[in-house]
Design a protein around this ligand. Sequence first.
Ligand code: UFG
Length: 342
Amino acid sequence: MKILVTGGTGYIGSHTVVELQNKGFEVVIVDNLSNSSAEIVDHIEEITGVRPVLEVFDLVDREKTADFFKRHHDIAGLIHFAAFKAVGESVEKPLKYYRNNLVALMNILESMRENKIKNIVFSSSCTVYGQPDELPVSENAPIKKAESPYGNTKQISEEIMQDTIKTADIHGIALRYFNPIGAHPSALIGELPIGVPNNLVPFITQTAIGLRDQLSVFGNDYPTPDGTPIRDYIHVVDLAKAHVVAIDRMVNQKMKKDFEVFNLGTGNGYSVLEVIKAFEKVSGLKLNYKIVGRREGDVIQVWADPGYSNKELGWKAELGLEEMVDSAWKWEQAYRGKTVKP
Ligand code: UFG
């Protein structure tokens, strides 16, 4: 069964391709390589023994997208990861984000309709909940006004999908990710942000390997037990496996509605300082960090109620925080070709 993975050379995409291939799916990747590299396909092949097909083009290009789908009209379903994801950059360059994230989705949906392709899984985000009024946050929590154009593209994308699904023979699942971290246990694929990392864990591992001088902890005066913000960190391999379950649910017609939404989190919240402590424990290193002022737009605390996903998908995140940061650290060292001993 052939599955299209857009953004399949990216961080979550590449881990998902591995899990799909492990389950016997045939994968075609479309990626414009704007934030990833074609070599990832070699690494996927090394892990799984199977080389996925990679087509390099931009899904914002309507004609190229239409041509691709004509040639691959036998796709059973697709997982749409390809999108820009830097919150800060989206504030600086909103049109870049709206054009890329929304036009690509519209082109894909149009081509799905034209070629009678029924199933789409979409990469959404817990950012749609903003700072939830109740914790843990379930799928029924209200959608809050987005904090950034990036977050807004996720909200609008879910709406575009819902509206389209009402009028076409298309089924959709939006997966709302909490904070994906970690890397594949082979240490052959992981998170490789271009330039200075925005996210916590890549910043920690790059500091420990010597690429960054010091981690800035953005505020310790939040109303949380240790004063630092709390997130639901989830291992990227657990997250990837949920996509395979979602695809299986669609192609085997187990969906309860034409458009479904699931939270992908562990249900556990950890503070920034707890993540640092977990890193120090698994690495045996002392991390150079400093408390600085708050970062604009950060929510205080958010963690998932994964109950509905656990029950409906029969999926559960298995890996704990230490396994997450340990795998991220092993990958960072393998990628840099350097071992850092305590
Ligand atoms: N943090 C630091 N120092 C850093 C980086 C992060 O202290 O150098 C803190 C942040 O303040 C936050 C926590 O670490 O409290 C997690 O920050 P991340 O940037 O790793 O993750 P976010 O929760 O901010 O972002 C995630 C996703 C986004 C998504 C966003 C929605 O990465 O794609 O949630 O809130 F949009």
